[in-house]
Design a protein. Structure first.
Lengths: 325, 400, 325, 400
């Protein structure tokens, strides 16, 4: 065990992946010598050489196109998109190519070796273009897996699993927590399962569901609710696609209530998909409407980012509203 | 052997004190031609590496593709298949270039390169299985006709979105370089697709990463109805490669010997020097864009006629006959044999059943996740309830 | 009035828009002389000249980037994307640029004059890349409007409203119905309101909601249900963003049941957003789980497209299930 | 006057019978230089159109930007603003080129062109209001510092995603052409951003549509940590324009007279002939990429020193003094005055309140739709409940 922050955990996972499997290659803008603008790839070029960890030209569509080709040739291609806000030039290569590569070829070819890492989310005074949470653009695309860790331990185990998973995986890293979140992380190689939610805290009165950086916020909200005597079941979804319908369903069947929270805008956010599914699987158990506590339906603002964010107070209030419905 | 001179570097560039704008007139791109239309060879022309066996294999592929294209257009008109695209007029480009490669060099094509796949030995019945989306299709009946692919033959499955294969080719070639393989990737694309951002990303990255890749542009004058004059204002595609640090060559795309020669040289550059090369083959799409298209809406018969006179297949036949490797009698026989084979294979493929319903959900992921299994189960229950409404699949659902 | 098919109605709307407002410009791949691969822009170049209706090079990102600039300069820019499946190379220009242009500049600049037209949907043996229904990728992006007409009359009125609306609008046209759907269409200029759903048929037992080509399917399903004595309220949402929560809510409060149907895959489809909202606004009225009848969570298939599609039979069965819940 | 020779067309291109690959060595891009570092003019150099007034306006802008950049970096270190980007070392490029334009030519910048905006007359307090995201910011406090924009000054609001302004510039310029205005668009971008697909789409479309646009590349050697040697393999950016049918010119980007001259000529080509032009200014980013960056991790002090000796501001000052238009005394005074003005303006802007909460939802659409009004109402109710948690806005919510 050693104490790591989230960045170090990511770096450590990449290091292990590259060491154990020589076919693993890391690349992206400023990823090489410099180690990435957040330093997630620090020292990897030194250790594994310029041919396995390198800078790319500044073209996200090129990066993912390149990554698709490299993966199709049997390599583990780990591409970094510098900010999740800049993933959109690569959208076609992701949703029309990576996601459909295996299906369209009848499994003659696949890009299972592809992992796309990208820092996402608000809270760093980033305004419109350094704050977005674009997960729902990808969860609606069959063929992709989407994974979002909440802390260093989770990040390492989920990233190693994502790299080794034989499907294209988009791995969104909560950049607000890169240095802020620290914890004990095993030094050795380990994986955490994809497609499995993590029940962080059991409870009776309401299920509180989120992922990534939002879990920290929800922990606070849940603690406040506890002081009011409300017992929350706190779940980290971890993998958004395919997501763990079973665990959430079981929890809501028990608690009768569900709150889902994410930073992305309300309309079209992934909470909608979950709510639509759970109102179906838990129709007869639900004692109040499923609550969504999310960003507003605006671009991510700057001066009013605090007001925009689905913070612990908004979640706490929503928990109370739900329980007293 | 091709020139291997060094690129001029900025630092050595001259200084001027009055503004001089550079433009297309400062760069000349010659066109390589070896064969005249009558089958004679230009004086001083250096022939490619070619023996009788290779020559006849190329010609056999020409004949096969002509027969296939003709037959499948007819089949589409008869409603037997939904869609088709011919490569008539462009056979020398894809077939001549593929003939310059090793059998295990990866081909990443656009969609009008069935000739390359045929040259590699894709069985006729596989062509048919794909077009009839039957259960023997390697692609499991999921894509429109002509979206072939074969892992065994190193032919990447065709993808409709244009240009996407270009940066993928760079990544694939980078993999070869990492593994120090003596292989290169050839990536085919149209002059229309070269307008996509992915093209630019690809050749820029190829230059920076120095990968063994050949970018082969079929400049056939049109992107559906859009003539190349409305596609770009520069002198074709080859100069772009120069701007991004690649080497480039323009060839007469209807001259199979020129195409073969250029590609053989390009392959050497790619393999021996990790030098990416762009080849621009000047040719013409003699047919419609696809069976959904009617070119009379946007170009003249006269223009088509002009190009019909440059028929690459005929040109090569003349050369073969002059070599003493071929005769008109053989020619008639082979055309006939190909037509019959195609017809027979088509009839076979039509009889093969549609893919099993289970393949609706396989290959979305490596293994079908729970939600897809559930959706399939629901669908099966529904089909059992309304078997007549889903005749393709109803009869074959396992009665779990 | 004259009888038009959906293509003619679109063409007619474009013609009127160009005639009335000289700042209106139409462009896209093959849109000029040829009139587009579906002929939606037929004769417009002849009538209004090459400078106002023209072919572009084959680059969707360029087309929408160009359109954004033209609109920012005060023109009505009507860009065609040849198939909705090919809109993804333009994704960045749409979601990061067009959608955020006004907001990020504090309204110093805007691209309100932008309309993106694109044929969408299955049923033409198009397989993965000539069949997609990508509306939900855009409904999740604040700043965009998304409109989808069901027939010629609707298409003309909604397209004219979209062109004149001072926001970027994505207008998806049901290509399966281009020639198949015909009807009486006024020759003169008229607009249908954006943001308003259309109650096509009133009913008591269940609300059946869809948009675009799916309305034709739903009409059949509803007719079948009627024979069983089930009274359906059939609603065409028409504008997906911002959508008419009020009309749908009122209907569901009355009927107590809701079915939503679209061709796009289930997970992440826009039905999820609607279901999540309605389970909240109608929690106490709902008598059965909100049903979603959609495409499967796969890429759009070819051989099995019939099996994949949310056809009238699947909808009919779902109506019955809902009513007998 | 610039050369207006015709582009070589394919049809006139020569034919060869042996493969000749073209590459960067076949195209030479000279660099225009007018001023030596000591302020003397190269022999035979043609000066741009410049009088004392324009020269001093340029120099004044130089001094202002130096003062602003210096102060705001310090302000960021003090935690007064969250982020900043300097243009130190590159002032001649954006300011010299903007000085060649009409005041109502649209500027579409990347982000490191505050000098162009200052030259246009953007008030100092507006710079500050933007950086402090206060309620007087034209952008309503929505974007990170340095994302300026002004409709009045024809300066398109900066957008962070790289390259997106390039095809937009083509569309904007096409609008000018449609309206037969005597205007052009200038579009600034870095050599890094030129790797984005949007760059390629833009220059290709500009060539085809023949729009009055100037694409101005600041080739400053780096894209964050990535040196241009890992960004492209070709000879810089200018040759790309040649490949796409534009005209191109490379200038010493630290030589404001060369930049001015080239841009004046480019503007003529754009306005008089609808001839799009690409200008590549060779310069160097002397500072860090942004306040979030530390260049010592990827380049040497020595390299920086080499470029510090080519300071564009100093170079121009020498020329001004040689012209008799400026003196060292004036220089000291102006620097001091600028610093004081910047400091004072900063202190003012810091005092201005944050934008009103209502502006959280305006401008998403032309008018806020119902769902946004509801979200705002809910938010207000929440803030009223927890006023201490939202100190920026709680005090100012209308008590409906
Ligand atoms: C991204 C994308 N946009 C549009 C299309 C529709 N489309 C199919 S083929 C074609 C023209 C391609 O022309 P070109 O690349 O010159 O190839 P050719 O057909 O001439 O062989 C177009 C526009 C597509 N398949 N993909
Ligand atoms: C689409 C996109 N990708 C990545 C980034 C992150 N980023 C911001 S500036 C920059 C480097 C730009 O370099 P260049 O264009 O040379 O301009 P310079 O900073 O040198 O002026 C990068 C990678 C971005 N803003 N947008
Ligand atoms: Mg073509
Ligand atoms: Mg730079």
């Amino acid at each position: 065990m050693s104490n790591m922050n989230l960045l170090q955990a990511v770096n450590n996972a990449l290091d292990i992946a590259m060491e154990k499997e020589p076919k693993t290659v890391c690349f992206g803008e400023d990823v090489g010598h410099f180690g990435g603008v957040f330093r997630a790839t620090s020292h990897l070029q030194e250790k594994y050489g310029k041919s396995r960890c390198f800078n790319t030209p500044l073209t996200e569509q090129g990066i993912i196109g390149f990554a698709n080709g490299l993966a199709a040739g049997g390599h583990k291609a780990i591409a970094e998109i510098q900010f999740a806000d800049y993933i959109f030039p690569a959208f076609d290569q992701i949703v029309n190519e990576a996601a459909k590569f295996r299906y369209r070829s009848g499994n003659e070819f696949n890009v299972g070796g592809l992992t796309i890492r990208s820092p996402y989310g608000g809270g760093i005074h980033g305004g419109l273009y350094h704050s977005q949470s674009p997960e729902a653009y990808f969860t609606g695309t069959p063929g992709l897996k989407v994974v979002m860790p909440r802390n260093p331990y989770q990040a390492k185990g989920l990233l190693l699993a994502s790299i080794r998973d034989d499907n294209p995986v988009i791995f969104f890293e909560p950049k607000r927590l890169y240095r802020a979140s620290t914890g004990e992380v095993p030094e050795e190689d380990y994986e955490l399962p994809l497609g499995k939610a993590d029940i962080m805290q059991e409870g009776r009165d309401i299920t509180v569901l989120g992922w990534g950086a939002q879990m920290e916020v929800l922990e606070k909200a849940v603690a406040m609710a506890a002081e009011d005597g409300i017992s929350c079941e706190l779940i980290d979804l971890r993998t958004l696609m395919p997501w763990d319908v079973e665990t959430v369903t079981q929890s809501v069947q028990k608690t009768g209530r569900l709150l889902i929270s994410h930073e992305a805008p309300l309309s079209g956010g992934f909470a909608g998909e979950i709510a639509a599914t759970i109102q179906d699987t838990c129709f007869l158990s639900l004692e109040s409407p499923i609550a969504r506590v999310t960003g507003l339906d605006t671009p991510f603002p700057l001066a009013h980012d605090k007001e925009y964010m689905p913070d612990h107070l908004k979640n706490y209030e929503a928990i109370k509203r739900s329980v007293s419905f | 052997m091709a020139n291997l001179k060094q690129s001029a570097k900025q630092s050595e560039a001259p200084v001027v004190h009055n503004p001089v704008f550079i433009d297309g007139s400062d760069l000349t791109t010659p066109t390589l031609k070896i064969l005249r239309q009558d089958g004679s060879v230009y004086e001083g022309a250096e022939l490619p590496d070619i023996n009788k066996e290779l020559a006849l294999k190329i010609y056999d592929t020409f004949q096969f593709i002509r027969a296939l294209d003709e037959r499948m257009v007819a089949a589409q008109r008869q409603g037997r298949i939904s869609f088709y695209m011919t490569e008539i007029g462009e056979e020398a480009a894809d077939i001549g270039s593929t003939a310059a490669l090793a059998d295990d060099d990866m081909i990443m094509a656009q969609y009008r390169e069935q000739g390359a796949l045929a040259f590699r030995g894709f069985p006729l019945d596989q062509f048919m299985n794909q077009m009839f989306s039957n259960e023997k299709d390697l692609g499991k009946g999921r894509q429109m006709p002509i979206h072939y692919g074969s892992k065994d033959l190193h032919y990447m499955t065709i993808s409709s979105p244009l240009g996407t294969q270009l940066p993928q080719a760079v990544g694939y070639a980078y993999g070869y370089k990492l593994e120090e393989k003596d292989n290169c990737v050839i990536c085919y694309f149209g002059e229309g697709a070269a307008s996509e951002g992915d093209f630019h990303a690809a050749i820029n990255m190829a230059g920076v990463f120095k990968v063994p890749a050949i970018f082969f542009c079929r400049n056939n004058g049109y992107a559906i109805s859009t003539p190349s004059s409305e596609q770009f204002a520069g002198d074709g595609i080859a100069p772009r490669a120069v701007a991004y640090g690649l080497k480039a060559i323009r060839v007469d795309g209807n001259d199979v010997l020129a195409v073969l020669k250029a590609t053989q040289e390009a392959r050497k550059l790619a393999i021996e020097h990790n030098q990416p090369v762009l080849i621009e083959a000047m040719t013409y799409r003699l047919g419609a864009h696809s069976t959904s298209d009617d070119p009379s809406g946007y170009r003249s018969k006269k223009e088509e006629e002009k190009w019909r006179e440059k028929d690459p297949v005929l040109r090569f036949k003349h050369w073969l006959i002059q070599q003493g490797w071929w005769s008109e009698e053989q020619d008639a026989d082979i055309a006939d044999a190909k037509r019959k084979a195609v017809m027979a294979a088509m009839k076979e493929a039509e009889k093969v059943a549609a893919p099993h319903l289970d393949d609706l959900i396989t290959d979305v992921y490596d293994t079908p996740p729970k939600h897809l299994q559930e959706q399939l189960a629901e669908l099966k229950a529904h089909i059992r309830q309304y078997p007549d409404a889903y005749p393709k699949t109803a009869g074959r659902i396992d009665h779990e």
